[in-house]
Design a protein around this ligand. Structure first.
Ligand code: CP
Ligand code: NVA
Length: 308
């Protein structure tokens, strides 16, 4: 049966570990100049309703570097923009391509594509979650810290889609995740409740960013207003200011703390210029790893590798 990647909550520890190991192996092979051709003859369709630099280009490059063909679809140029039903689009695309990568607003729309497609569907970001991002982020954490077990990860800022995928991952893998968000901007309670019900590790929400960052191994932040919320930025600014990741806040963390940001970043809003460019920042390696992780995801779902 085909498998989709819609939410990290659906993965088991084995699935995560397989993807981490394979992505690290593929990265090594890429650096050695080895041209893998595992996706030869395969096509990867991509529907993006929101802008993207990293996710789009790394999925396209990943497909090409594995000898497959990416087909980028601007929804506006397809019959989707003229309200062709999802079930019709999904059934037709399933006859042409081997995998569908979707970035859109509604998580339900991605789930609807997955429900109707006979090919794997990958969530490349919705308003609710960003699972591929956290897979490559955790790969980066493993490279820097040697693993994820026993770590404390601090999330600072908006309880948004990226935060939700961190919660999903922590609920499966059991590392400590402490999220500090302003009142009214904490993560979705259903997502938290589902994670807590799993009772795997420590997932905690606190209004105090210093409490979250205390002795943290990783400090992670993201924009204060996500795509589609641009009009709210002005109003959010004052409320979010105490949640800026700056040198003073980092004093509370471990000496060898890694600072992460999924990017794009707004310097001197959620993160200061000196911190994103400073010695703790690993954001460029983090961005690079999207390429390697996306290769591992595509191979796993399209070729039905181990665990799938
Ligand atoms: N981090 C991330 O998903 O970036 P893009 O929006 O550029 O794809
Ligand atoms: N939370 C951000 C992530 C961008 C990769 C957004 O949804 O805009």
């Amino acid at each position: 049966m085909k498998k989709d990647l819609l939410s990290l909550f659906d993965l088991e520890t084995d699935d995560f570990d397989y993807l981490f190991n394979r992505a690290i192996e593929l990265k090594k092979r890429h650096k050695q100049g080895i041209f893998d051709q595992s996706l030869a003859g395969k096509s990867v369709g991509m529907i993006f309703d929101k802008p993207s630099t990293r996710t789009r280009i790394s999925f396209e490059a990943a497909t090409i570097q594995l000898a497959g063909t990416p087909i980028f679809m601007n929804s506006g140029d397809t019959q989707i923009s003229r309200n062709e039903p999802v079930e019709d689009t999904a059934r037709v695309l399933s006859r042409y391509i081997d995998c569908l990568v979707v970035r859109t607003y509604s998580q339900k729309l991605i789930e609807d594509y997955a429900g109707q497609c006979t090919i794997p569907v990958i969530n490349a970001l919705s308003d609710q979650s960003h699972p591929c991002q956290i897979l490559s982020d955790l790969m980066t954490v493993i490279e820097y810290k040697g693993g994820y077990q026993g770590l404390k990860i601090a999330w600072i800022g908006d309880g948004n889609n990226v935060a939700h995928s961190w919660i999903n991952a922590a609920s499966v893998l059991g590392f400590e995740l402490v999220l500090s968000c302003p009142e009214g901007y904490t993560p979705d309670t259903d997502i938290l409740d589902r994670a807590w019900a799993r009772n795997t590790g420590i997932i905690r929400v606190t209004p105090d960013p210093v409490d979250a960052v205390a002795d943290a191994d990783v400090v992670y932040t993201d924009v204060w207003a996500s795509m589609g919320q641009e009009d709210e930025l002005e109003a959010r600014m004052a409320l979010f200011r105490p949640y800026q990741v700056n040198a003073k806040l980092l004093d509370a963390a471990k000496k060898d703390v890694c600072v992460m940001h999924c990017l794009p970043a707004h310097r001197d809003e959620e993160i200061t210029h000196d911190v994103i460019e400073g010695r703790h920042s690993i954001v460029w390696d983090q961005a690079e790893n999207k390429l390697h992780m996306h290769k591992a995801i595509l191979e796993t779902l399209i070729l039905k590798h181990k665990n799938h």
